[in-house]
Design a binder for this molecule. Sequence first.
Ligand SMILES: [Fe+2]
Ligand SMILES: [Fe+2]
Length: 151
Amino acid sequence: MRERIYPVSVGHSDLDDDHRRLYGIADRLRGAITRGADDDILGTVLSDLADYTTYHFEREEFTLMRLDFAEYERHRQEHLALIDRLAALILKFERKVETVSAETMSFIDDWLHRHVEDYDRCLAVLLERQRQAQHAQATLATGYRSPDRKD
Ligand SMILES: [Fe+2]
Ligand SMILES: [Fe+2]
């Protein structure tokens, strides 16, 4: 199974904290599978993962909406797909139809890393643009004049 990986920064401290926490819960789940933990423990970690994922997605979607993010809907659909997948997994686990396998864990790991790196990282670009625009406006508001200007 995959070794511990740390999430890339998306330029937003709360969301970066969330990603670290999500990766941490994924590490706990991976550890529980590796040591053959019982179903009580697997179930607890699995529901921690689903709960925190839901919490994080809401917070991230709120941030994306406030920034008027062009790809908002596609991003939200990606989130919904994982929530659905986790909900189905928990249901099968609770009904003892399916356990949390190494393959399931690989899927969760791959999803998280791909999503944060391919989707969430777009936020960093957007936030940087926003910071630059705010800086430019603040500079204009203070009446800054370039020392090179001759007029
Ligand atoms: Fe996201
Ligand atoms: Fe995220």
